[in-house]
Design a protein around this ligand. Structure first.
Ligand SMILES: Cc1cc2nc3c(=O)[nH]c(=O)nc-3n(C[C@H](O)[C@H](O)[C@H](O)COP(=O)(O)OP(=O)(O)OC[C@H]3O[C@@H](n4cnc5c(N)ncnc54)[C@H](O)[C@@H]3O)c2cc1C
Length: 495
C-alpha cells in the first residue's frame, strides 16, 4: 500500500479508537506519537520491528477489559507486552494494532505463607518475587537469565525456564491460578488456589500461549522453601564429547542437579573478559553443576558428581564453599548474553531442545554447519534438560551475513527436530520461528492449534500471525525447501 494510504488508514483507525479508549483511560496512558511508539517497536529480537497504531498502558484490570472491548468492537488486533525481553518477536506489534503494555501491573497482593503462594500482577519482575519472599526463606523457582528485567506475565506467556528448571520445572509447574481477560473483554479465572482444579486443564494451554489466547492479569505463583544447602561446581573439559557425556552420565546416575549448564570455549572467553569470574579459558567446554538439598544429601551427591567428572577427564574442578562463591560462578553464567553482545552487533539465539544423549553429536554438527556458513556460533546452554542456545553472531547491516545467519538458524532447528527434539525449549515461537513450526507439526496438528485459537479468539485479534503458521505458509515454506534442492534435514553422516 502506498505510504499516503497507510497514513490515512492509521488516521482513520486512531480517530475511531482513541475517543473510545479515552472514555476510561487517561490521555497520558495512551501513546500515539511516533517518538513514543518507537520504544515498543520490537522486543529483544531486534532485527524485526513494527510500529503499533498506538500503545496503551492501563493500570487496572477494568482498564484492560475496556481496551479489549473497544478493540473487539472495532476489530483491532492487540499485542500484549511485559518487559519486552522476549527473543522471538512475540511482543512485536502488528501493523495498525494496539500494543497493550502491562508494565504498570507491578503489585504483589498477597503472600500466603501457609499455602506457600503469592498472588501477583503480571508486570512484577521475575526476580522481584523471590526478593519479596526471601525474608520468609522462600523463592520462586523459574529463573530465566533475564530475571532482573522480565515480567512474570511474560514468563507465563512464554512458559519460561531457566537454570533451575531441570529440577523444579518450567513456569507452568510453578503457578496455580491465572486471571485472564479474553479477546471479548471478559474476565476468567483459570486453575485454582487449591492443588487441583476441576474441568479441563486450561492452565497448561494458557501457559506458553504467547498472548494469543488471553491477556494475563493476575497470577498465583507457588513458592518453594530455600534448600538447607546448595553447592556449585565448575569443571573444565578439553573435548566436547567428554563434556556432553558427563552431562548424560550425571543424570544417568540418578542425580538431578538443581542446575546443569554447559558453555563452549568462545563463550567461556567472552564471559571471562566481561566478568573475570575465574572460568578456565583454555578449556574446550565447562560444565556448571548445582546440587541442593540437605547438607548430607549435597555432600554425598557432590562426591559422586566429582568422581563422574574425573572419570570423563574433567579438570580444574572448582567447588563453591559459600554463597558468595556460588554467586560468582552463576553471575558470570547469567551474564553470558551481554558478554556475547561485545563480540558482534547482532546475536541470533536459538532455543532448540534435544534428547541429552545427542548433545555431543549435535554440538559438533552445529560447529560444522557454522564453518559451512562462515559464521561464529557460540554454545551456552541448559544442558541438563537438553535445551541448547547456540548463538549465531553476525552483523545485520550486512545483508549477506543476515541471510546466512537466518539460514543457519533454520538448519540448526532442523537438526534439533531430526534428532527427536523440538524447535523451542523456553523462548517460544513468536514470529522468529514460525516457519520452523512447519517442520515440527503436520497439517492435521496445526489445524488443531487453529481450532483451539478460534475457540478462545474467534476474530483472531490477539497477537495475530504469531506462533501458529497458516497451512498456506507451511505449504510455501516446505515447497521452498524442495525448490532449493535441499534435503529437509542436514545429513548427519557428513560430519
Ligand atoms: C539476556 C536474555 C536472557 C534470557 N534468558 C532466558 C532464559 O534463561 N529462559 C527463558 O525462558 N527465557 C529467557 N529469555 C527470554 C525472555 O526473557 C523470556 O521469554 C521472558 O519470559 C519474556 O518476558 P517479558 O516480560 O519480557 O515478555 P515480553 O517479551 O514483553 O513478551 C513475551 C510474550 O509474552 C506475551 N505477553 C507478555 N505479557 C503478557 C500478558 N500479561 N498476557 C498475555 N501475554 C503476555 C507477549 O505478547 C509476547 O508474546 C532471555 C532474554 C534475554 C534478553
Amino acid at each position: 500500500m502506498p505510504d499516503s494510504c497507510v497514513d490515512k488508514q492509521r488516521e482513520y483507525l486512531l480517530s475511531k479508537l482513541y475517543p473510545e479508549l479515552h472514555k476510561a483511560i487517561p490521555a497520558k496512558a495512551i501513546l500515539t506519537s511516533i517518538e513514543e511508539l518507537r520504544v515498543y517497536e520490537c522486543d529483544a529480537f531486534t532485527t524485526m520491528r513494527q510500529l503499533p497504531l498506538l500503545t496503551v498502558l492501563p493500570d487496572s484490570i477494568d482498564q484492560v477489559i475496556h481496551v479489549m472491548r473497544c478493540c473487539y468492537d472495532l476489530d483491532i488486533p492487540v499485542v500484549a507486552r511485559g518487559a519486552g525481553t522476549g527473543l522471538t518477536a512475540g511482543s512485536m506489534p502488528v501493523e495498525n494494532g494496539v500494543l497493550l503494555g502491562m508494565s504498570k501491573f507491578t503489585r504483589i497482593h498477597d503472600i500466603d505463607l501457609h499455602n506457600r503462594t503469592a498472588l501477583i500482577e503480571p508486570g512484577v519482575r521475575n526476580k522481584a518475587v523471590s526478593d519479596a519472599v526471601a525474608p520468609y526463606n522462600l523463592y520462586f523457582a523459574p529463573d530465566p537469565s533475564s530475571q532482573l528485567a522480565c515480567s512474570v506475565g511474560g514468563n507465563v506467556a512464554e512458559n519460561a525456564g531457566g537454570v533451575h528448571c531441570l529440577k523444579y520445572g518450567l513456569t507452568v509447574h510453578n503457578i496455580l491460578e491465572l486471571d485472564i481477560v479474553t479477546a471479548e473483554g471478559e474476565r476468567v479465572t483459570i486453575g485454582a488456589a487449591a492443588l487441583d482444579a476441576a474441568g479441563y486443564d486450561l492452565m497448561a494451554i494458557l501457559t506458553g500461549s504467547e498472548g494469543l489466547l488471553g491477556i494475563v492479569v493476575a497470577i498465583r505463583v507457588k513458592l518453594l522453601p530455600k534448600p538447607a544447602s546448595a553447592r556449585v561446581l565448575l569443571a573444565a573439559f578439553s573435548s566436547i564429547e567428554d563434556a556432553g557425556n558427563a552431562i548424560a552420565e550425571i543424570i544417568g546416575n540418578g542425580i538431578i542437579p538443581a542446575g546443569l549448564e554447559m558453555i563452549d570455549q568462545t563463550g567461556i572467553c567472552a564471559i571471562e573478559e566481561l566478568m573475570h569470574a575465574g572460568y578456565p579459558t583454555e578449556a574446550a567446554a565447562v560444565i556448571i553443576c548445582e546440587l541442593d538439598g540437605s547438607i548430607e544429601e549435597v555432600e554425598e551427591e557432590l562426591g559422586r558428581v566429582i568422581s563422574i567428572l574425573e572419570q570423563l577427564n574433567g579438570f580444574d574442578i572448582q567447588v563453591s564453599d559459600n554463597e558468595a562463591e556460588s554467586q560468582r560462578i552463576w553471575a558470570a553464567r547469567k551474564a553470558a548474553f551481554p558478554a556475547l553482545a561485545r563480540l558482534a552487533p547482532d546475536n541470533y539465539i536459538m532455543d532448540g531442545t534435544i534428547p541429552r544423549r545427542a548433545l555431543a553429536q549435535v554440538w559438533k554438527t552445529i560447529n560444522a554447519l557454522a564453518a559451512e556458513y562462515d559464521l561464529l556460533v557460540v554454545n551456552v546452554f541448559h544442558a541438563g534438560d537438553g535445551n541448547m542456545h547456540p548463538s549465531i553472531l553476525f552483523d545485520a547491516s550486512c545483508e549477506d551475513q543476515h541471510r546466512r545467519a537466518e539460514e543457519l538458524g533454520t538448519r540448526i532447528l532442523e537438526l534439533c527436530v531430526q534428532v527427536g527434539g523440538t524447535i523451542s525449549g523456553e523462548h517460544g515461537i513468536g514470529l522468529e520461528k514460525i516457519n520452523q513450526m512447519c517442520l515440527q507439526f503436520n497439517d492435521a496438528e496445526l489445524r488443531q492449534f487453529h481450532a483451539l485459537k478460534k475457540a478462545f479468539d474467534e476474530k483472531s485479534l490477539l497477537n495475530p500471525g504469531k506462533q501458529i503458521p497458516t497451512l498456506a505458509r507451511c505449504a510455501e515454506f516446505n515447497h521452498m525447501h524442495v525448490h532449493r534442492g535441499e534435503m529437509p534435514f542436514p545429513d548427519l553422516e557428513r560430519f
